[in-house]
Design a protein around this ligand. Structure first.
Ligand code: HEC
Length: 185
């Protein structure tokens, strides 16, 4: 009985202390605040397990075709992925170094991810990090699969290829002005 009372008292003290730390403003939400190593480790485990469990969609056929990979490269640039992650010959914007956690250089992670996992992350984002959900941002599944297909090739994409693939399509020549009817004398 005494032990139960002690456990009860300790739980109340723990709850009150947690309330004071979190609601009293003692916990720092600063982007510069380093989390303890164990919290960092736990966050990575939770993220990895969550993505593995959720990413179950079967990729459409043809994602490795050059046309699809090149379309993926264009969408990667159009959707602003390079601003945070960089790309072949494209530097990430300086602000992304202020994000915590840091956006990874994707060429170092994609070999350890499946197409379905890449697609799931791009579609849904990663909560409470800088990684946006591109479904919420209005992108279609088809283009997100193309981006995932491009990412799988990323480690072997040269700067020159990326530049060619993402070059703006030249505008169609302007239509000739309609012939003016000759004015009558
Ligand atoms: C505003 C910055 C930002 C933009 C824009 C952004 N990301 Fe991210 N992304 C992040 C951050 C931060 C993480 C790391 C999250 C973490 O560590 O849990 C991340 C993580 C990822 C991951 C998971 C990496 C891994 O280790 O498995 C992928 C894949 C990814 N981003 C792809 C993209 C693609 C593709 C786009 C564009 C469609 C994009 N991101 C746009 C910030 C960004």
């Amino acid at each position: 009985m005494r032990i139960l009372a002690a456990i009860g008292a300790l739980s109340i003290i723990a709850a009150v202390s947690a309330a004071v730390i979190f609601f009293g403003g003692f916990y720092s939400v600063a982007g510069t605040a380093e989390e303890p190593a164990i919290v960092k480790w736990a966050l990575i485990q939770v993220r990895t397990a969550s993505i593995e469990r959720h990413a179950k969609d079967a990729p459409p056929a043809g994602l490795a075709e050059p046309a699809s990979v090149q379309a993926g490269a264009r969408k990667f640039l159009e959707h602003g992925c390079a601003t945070c992650h960089g790309g072949p010959g494209v530097a990430w914007m300086k602000f992304s170094e202020g994000l915590h956690p840091d956006p990874p250089d994707l060429k170092y992670v994609v070999n350890d991810r499946t197409l379905a996992q890449l697609f799931w992350v791009i579609k849904n984002g990663i909560n409470m990090t800088g990684m946006p959900s591109f479904a919420l941002a209005g992108a279609k599944d088809e283009e997100l699969w193309q981006i995932a297909g491009f990412l799988k090739k990323l480690p072997t994409v040269s700067e020159a290829d990326f530049k060619t693939w993402t070059a703006p399509v030249p505008a169609a020549p302007a239509a000739a002005p309609a012939a003016q009817p000759e004015s009558k004398p």
